[in-house]
Design a protein around this ligand. Structure first.
Ligand SMILES: N[C@@H](CCC(=O)N[C@@H](CS)C(=O)NCC(=O)O)C(=O)O
Length: 235
């Protein structure tokens, strides 16, 4: 979702393909020839491959300096933007991801026979991801799930505190920090109503509504019909 949002905000033409994790499409050889990690997203631009969702967003900003700039010109504001993109990549996305894997990948993996599952896992190029698939199939320990839920609560409160101070995460300009965090926090009030709601996190809820209302976000949602977002997974 992050690169798609950046592409729509910058109004750049592109072709896209959604891969289905239930069919392990991202571990097929044709896709591993594009991204040897066997993970989405990957961007192919002028025959070159760019991976890592936040890096792709920065690349789009560098390569296509359109009238819509998703990075502040001011060095301090730009640093704030990167603090927030780093935080979502290193902390926020991981706790949400574990809950998503528990709720969606686990049943998906359990639907396969032991032999079929192991055959798919053998095609996963990153050993840590192989372990994650196996852990998901076994079910994450309750202590791990509890800790991840605690971190999700910490994350929502952190976003709430920031958004009580500024309109957007990097300050007064809409930036990649908003795109990268929205891609993870979207639907938080629906999926975690006890942690994200108008009473406890009103500024977070208002920011999500501001994001939902952006014309580029609406166009992206209408055109792309995302079926495998972490939010849908977690929900
Ligand atoms: N750090 C990478 C993470 C990519 C990632 O975790 N992709 C997930 C989907 S959101 C994936 O392809 N998972 C499948 C797998 O690892 O088997 C990024 O931000 O692009």
């Amino acid at each position: 979702m992050k690169p798609l949002l950046a592409l729509y905000e910058k109004d750049q033409p592109f072709k896209w393909q959604q891969l289905n994790p239930a069919r392990f499409e991202h571990h097929e050889d044709w896709f591993k020839a594009i991204n040897p990690n066997g993970q989405v997203p990957a961007l192919v631009d002028a025959g070159k491959v760019i991976t890592e969702s936040t890096v792709i967003c920065e690349y789009l900003e560098d390569q296509y300096p359109t009238a819509v700039s998703l990075r502040p010109a001011d060095a301090f504001d730009r640093a704030q933007m990167r603090v927030w993109t780093k935080w979502v990549d290193e902390y926020f996305c991981w706790c949400l991801s574990t809950i998503g894997w528990e709720r969606v990948i686990k049943p998906m993996a359990r639907a396969l026979s032991d032999a079929d599952f192991e055959e798919h896992v053998r095609k996963i190029p990153i050993p840590e991801q192989q372990t994650k698939w196996r852990n998901a199939r076994n079910g994450f320990p309750q202590a791990v799930l509890d800790e991840e839920m605690r971190k999700i609560g910490v994350s929502f409160r952190k976003l709430e505190a920031r958004l009580a101070q500024c309109t957007w995460l990097a300050g007064e300009q809409y930036t990649l920090a908003d795109i990268c965090n929205y891609a993870i926090a979207i639907d938080a009030p629906m999926i975690f109503p006890e942690l994200a709601n108008t009473r406890y996190t009103p500024h977070l809820v208002a920011w999500l509504e501001r994001m939902d209302a952006r014309p580029a976000v609406k166009r992206m949602m209408a055109d792309c019909k995302l079926e495998f977002t972490p939010q849908k997974a977690a929900g």
